[in-house]
Write a protein of this length. Structure first.
Length: 236
């Protein structure tokens, strides 16, 4: 189900911005086009980079966890992982740039900005863990990373839920669609990823993978005493 949702959101997320220019899309009030249509060129560039790279990360991310691929096609698993990590690198940096120009003000900046930083950081920790041969920590960090990637679907889920709650609360009154959307969107910069991280940690604990308190530094190495004959150099 996660895979199907990820692929569906990717198709919708990327496809809606491929139908015209930002100005055209903004005139039709498509997605985030109205927020970024009048921004500086480098912000619009970051916007398009984010759309493509985040969509790619969301599309390939679920396949990292397919046991059949990991066990029978390790080369394919590594290729998917590299694609995912490169995509997240571009998506997190561009997402951080976009956070300065979001439509939810300071809440949006801190919510989306923190998401971008944690997204890049968890993915980097996953990369460093597998490079050092710590497969258990690699699995734990990649679960956290994809939980943040999945913020794209949960953001839309929360928008629907919050708009529904606001409509029920204002039953009988004339509903201002734009105001309802604005009020709902103001809550999602944190809601779209904080519950995901909680679920990720529960999954990590259930699988007996290293928790946050017990995850070793990816650059740490155990220090061993030199042999009695003198110092030895590490292998190249």
């Amino acid at each position: 189900m996660v895979t199907l949702i990820s692929l569906a959101i990717t198709g919708f997320f990327v496809g809606q911005y491929a139908t015209g220019s930002l100005d055209t899309l903004a005139a039709n009030e498509t997605g985030l086009a109205t927020t970024y249509a009048n921004r500086p060129a480098f912000v619009q560039g970051a916007f398009y980079i984010h759309i493509v790279s985040a969509g790619l990360a969301l599309a390939v991310g679920p396949f990292q966890f397919a046991k059949a691929i990991r066990r029978r096609h390790l080369g394919l698993h590594r290729g998917i992982g590299r694609t995912y990590l490169v995509s997240v690198a571009f998506a997190s940096v561009s997402g951080f740039v976009m956070a300065f120009y979001n439509s939810a003000g300071f809440v949006g900046f801190f919510g989306f900005g923190t998401l971008a930083v944690l997204w890049g950081w968890t993915s980097y920790r996953g990369y460093r863990a597998v490079r050092s041969g710590d497969i258990a920590s690699h699995q734990a960090w990649m679960i956290r990373s994809f939980a943040l990637t999945f913020a794209a679907p949960t953001l839309r889920l929360w928008l629907g839920v919050l708009i529904g709650i606001l409509l029920l609360a204002n039953r009988g009154a004339d509903a201002d669609t734009e105001q309802l959307m604005s009020n709902a969107y103001a809550a999602v910069p944190f809601l779209c990823w904080l519950p995901n991280i909680v679920v990720a940690e529960l999954m990590i604990r259930r699988r007996n993978l290293p928790g946050l308190r017990f995850s070793p530094s990816p650059t740490s190495r155990p220090i061993t005493a030199p042999p009695a004959g003198g110092l030895s150099l590490p292998n190249a």
